[in-house]
Design a binder for this molecule. Structure first.
Ligand code: SAM
Length: 457
């Protein structure tokens, strides 16, 4: 691989090898601006203490990302499970610059994140979009779609739809999206410092295989982008075949226009491909982050407007929705039936949801409210984590040990009023318990629970 990188702009063999051999690791998080933690509560939280110390060390290319001085146990931080931040590699947060520099983020945009699991870019993009925007996060591999739903649910936005489709299925949505993010599956050389095991899987033939797959994915999804829409293409590979060569292929095949980016901070390497396409490469010996590559294009070919045939959505009549009003801020939202469950979704995006539902396999949409049984809501975990949860829902702020037991789905003892109670930690909701006369039922989702014992202090 080292040999194959000779001639790659920005590659310096000696310092590249040194940084991989140094054993140094960079830890970074990105805060959820929709779930701020009160600073006077940070004393209670071990991770947050280090995060607050780390907050003096912002990542230059994003307004929400910070380096941490060391890697804490995220598993045993309740605020991690509550979706107040996402643990993400720093370089990949550069995606923010593509949107900030080339989109009107105040406008209502329709964004497709095509290769989205586990959800790093999707949660980031969600934080950047205006509330009237729609984010469709897709993951083709079913086993990975679950973690994408989990992470977006914890992030708490109501304007997201998670789909589990092959990129080719998006060809049915001609000209639908304003922005297409393709964080493509790649040969992964950019992550070798993190995961030295992956080095054994690298081969020139795998790079070629990845290139072919990247072209197929881009060609399949291309029709779904509007004329003048934005394509953000990224990989965590240094190989020219997956980076510069893809830029040339995109410009040749689709006649799209490459867009330059300003590069905050030092060390990001700006490249130009043979056809003049701009690209931005991150090397771990030049920036505080892992290997990454990103390029942005504007689509120029005309797209014929398609009238989509849609199946109607199963909307809940206003009268039946009345018991839901105390649970969620209903402003601009409507409720839908999905089997037994009820979902909250932005009213202004319902016609888009109907189109998506007719063309794609939807894994989740909006905020799952729960089930109405005899006019009483049995609340869903997603509602507790929603940023639209009504502040009037009473909550019990628990201590660290109780929060961890709740997240382990263990038995709890609480001195609380009977019925559904929202548990919160440092003021941030975690989930629901149902207090019965003789016990407390823990409703934290089984598949999200902490599976290990807390480390001994
Ligand atoms: N964007 C994600 C994030 O920021 O958390 C990381 C995405 S990862 C680099 C690439 C994703 O592409 C993986 O989730 C993988 O399952 C998916 N993938 C693999 N093969 C694919 C294919 N043929 N078409 C579309 N996606 C594919």
């Amino acid at each position: 691989m080292l040999q194959s990188l000779e001639g790659v702009p920005g590659y310096d063999r000696e310092s590249f090898v040194n940084v991989h051999q140094s054993g140094a690791q960079v830890t970074s998080i990105r805060l959820n601006p929709a779930k701020p933690v009160a600073e006077d509560r940070s004393d209670a939280i071990s991770l947050h203490k280090s995060a607050v110390a780390g907050l003096t060390s912002p990542i230059p290319w994003t307004r929400y990302g910070y380096y941490l001085p060391q890697r804490p146990s995220f598993t045993f931080d309740p605020l991690f499970h509550a979706g107040t931040y996402y643990v993400q590699e720093a370089s990949s947060m550069f995606v923010e610059q593509a949107l900030v520099q080339h989109c009107d983020l105040a406008a209502p945009l329709k964004v497709l994140d095509l290769c989205a699991a586990p959800g790093g870019k999707s949660t980031h993009v969600q934080s950047l979009l205006s509330p009237g925007s729609l984010l469709v996060s897709n993951e083709v591999i079913k086993a990975r779609a679950g973690v994408l739903v989990e992470n977006l649910t914890k992030w708490g936005g109501v304007n997201c739809v998670v789909t589990n489709n092959d990129p080719a299925h998006f060809g049915r949505l001609e000209g639908f999206f304003d922005v297409l993010v393709v964080d493509a599956p790649c040969s992964g050389s950019g992550l070798f410092r993190r995961d030295p095991e992956a080095i054994t899987e690298w081969s020139p033939s795998n790079v070629d295989l990845c290139q072919g797959r990247q072209q197929r994915i881009l060609a399949d999804a291309w029709p779904a982008l509007k004329e003048d829409g934005l394509l953000v293409y990224s990989t965590c590979s240094y190989s020219i075949e997956e980076d510069e060569a893809i830029l040339d292929w995109l410009m040749e095949t689709f006649g799209c226009v490459s867009l330059p980016l300003q590069t905050p901070g030092d060390g990001i390497v700006e490249i130009q491909s043979g056809r003049g396409g701009w690209g931005y490469r991150f090397f771990p010996d030049r920036v505080r982050g892992e290997g990454f590559f990103l390029a942005v294009f504007r689509k120029k070919d005309a797209v014929s407007a398609v009238r989509h045939k849609v199946k109607p959505l199963d909307l809940l009549p206003a009268k039946e929705a009345a018991p839901l009003a105390g649970w969620i801020d209903v402003e601009g939202l409507r409720f839908l039936r999905h089997g037994q469950r009820l979902l909250a979704f932005p009213d202004a995006l319902l016609s888009d949801l109907a189109i998506l539902q007719s063309a794609l396999y939807i894994q989740s949409a909006g905020t799952a409210m729960g089930e109405l049984i005899r006019d009483k809501l049995v609340p869903d975990a997603a509602l507790a984590l929603s940023t639209r949860l009504s502040p009037s829902v009473p909550r019990i702020d628990v201590d660290f040990a109780t929060a961890i037991r709740f997240l382990q789905r263990a038995d709890l003892e609480l001195d609380a009023a009977k019925g559904w109670q929202l548990l919160a930690y440092a003021g941030i909701p975690l989930g629901w318990v149902n207090v019965l006369p003789n016990r407390v039922n823990n409703y934290f989702p089984r598949e999200w629970r902490i599976r290990s014992e807390a480390p001994k202090p």
